[in-house]
Design a binder for this molecule. Structure first.
Ligand code: PMP
Length: 427
């Protein structure tokens, strides 16, 4: 049994010694002390089904033995040197990651987080294109650093500082967007924005194919193809933020952007790439990488032996355990069950997503799509009490984000839906 600090004491110490901007889930936040694949355990030994994976990060499963072993063995042998010396792990990991990429996306940069990856991608776009203007989508989340909060387009995360030369265009959100699923209309709006709101030339365009923090929004079908053409004609490069949607989670494809039939010029990743290790990456083409060679580009921890060994083991586990097809199978079962629940309860306005990258949006009025903020908050607590952890998102906080570790089973899916059914029936 756990004998460490209890929740109340931890909370006190957090208040005393950590920044006041930290937020936590649940009125009475839970103290998680152990994880095993898709399950988490709190200080009293209560088990939770984890349907949020540490914010879509634990891809293989909590403490997956292969990943733990790779990290422990590397830790025992050599923890750190940096890239001023040679090490096999970074080279092998880069090769394995590049082999997962389509087209000419063959040059890998390792960093420590998604924010850093998007910072680097922005820098590359500006250097390569010779332009300054970045275009991103409203409702996007791309990071919280001084540079990337400019790309992020949700006011909850935006500190009031200069946001840089960044333009946000109308979000191609099939459920709430002004043009519904009409990709052509959204693309025309982006073209208009470039023509009227920028010098006519742009540095780059960045998008999550499945918006995560924004509430599990899958972009209107066909949108990226149209928009990539427009952006390239305006001199810009196209960036796919795969921090949440990569590594087979969507089931149908290994990368989120593949669901839209495009190949980006730069892909950024983090979270699931490391199963919990602080690890991020940028993958681009040799041509774009060449502009970085005019100066030295260095990152002390980027590609360190421990994270590289761990990251390589993540790629191997996902292949060995056939997680992409597993996500497709479990995800379609889960979506079907959630759609049945939607027929039962008016409260469920939308069920969306693919594989194990799903969203359930709650509304008090299906026609007006009025966000059911209070109901979502109540159900969120109830689900926790029933032993199910989901994510909460969207600008109005009325979307459940269901993105579990990829080892999540059909039985787990049934348990989640039964718990949600029971919880809704009680309010
Ligand atoms: N991009 C996306 C799509 C994200 O969801 C996040 C994190 N929520 C980031 C970038 C930033 O990643 P990090 O927190 O590792 O800096």
């Amino acid at each position: 049994p756990y004998t460490g600090l209890r929740a109340d004491d931890i909370l006190q110490k957090r208040k005393a010694f950590l920044g006041p901007s930290l937020f936590y889930y649940y009125q009475k936040p839970i103290n998680i002390v152990e994880g095993k694949m898709q399950y988490l355990f709190d200080e009293d030994g209560k088990r939770y089904l984890d349907a949020f994976a540490g914010i879509v990060t634990v891809s293989c499963g909590h403490c997956h033995p292969d990943v733990v072993n790779a990290v422990v063995e590397q830790n025992k042998l050599l923890q750190h040197t940096t890239t001023i010396y040679l090490h096999h792990a970074i080279a092998e990991f880069a090769e394995a990651l590049a082999s997962k990429m389509p087209g000419n996306l063959k040059v890998v940069y390792f960093v420590n987080s998604g924010t850093e990856a998007n910072e680097l991608a922005t820098l590359m776009s500006r250097l390569y294109s010779g332009n300054l203007s970045m275009v991103a989508l409203r409702n996007a989340y791309h990071g919280g650093s001084a540079g990337t909060i400019g790309l992020t387009a949700l006011n909850t995360w935006k500190y009031p500082i200069p946001q840089g030369e960044i333009h946000h265009v109308v979000n191609p959100d099939p459920y709430r967007g002004v043009f519904g699923s009409d990709a052509n209309a959204y693309a025309k709006e982006l073209q208009d924005h470039i023509d009227y709101g920028t010098p006519g030339k742009v540095a780059g365009f960045i998008a999550e194919t499945f918006q995560g923090v924004g509430g599990a929004v899958e972009l209107a079908p066909g949108y990226l193809k149209l928009v990539y053409d427009i952006v390239r004609k305006a001199g810009g490069v196209c960036i796919a933020d795969e921090v949440q949607s990569g590594f087979g989670r969507t089931g149908s494809h290994y990368w989120g952007f593949e669901t839209q039939g495009v190949i980006p010029d730069i892909v950024t990743m983090a979270k699931g790439i490391g199963n919990g290790l602080p690890l991020g990456a940028v993958v681009t083409t040799p041509e774009i990488a060449q502009v970085m060679a005019q100066k030295i580009q260095f990152n002390t921890f980027g590609g360190n032996p421990v994270c590289s060994a761990g990251g390589l083991s993540v790629l191997k586990v996902l292949d060995k355990e056939k997680r992409q097809s597993h996500c497709a199978a479990v995800g379609s079962h889960l979506v079907e069950r959630l759609r049945n629940l939607q027929q039962k309860y008016e409260l469920i306005g939308d069920v969306r997503g693919r594989g194990l990258m799903l969203g359930v949006e709650l509304v008090t009025d299906r026609k007006e799509k009025t966000p059911a903020k209070v109901e979502t908050a109540v159900l969120f607590e109830k689900l926790k009490d029933l032993g199910v952890l989901v994510g909460k998102g969207g600008l109005h906080g009325n979307v459940f984000r269901i993105k579990p570790p990829m080892c999540f089973t059909k039985d787990d899916a049934d348990f989640l839906v039964d718990a949600l059914d029971y919880a809704i029936s009680g309010i």
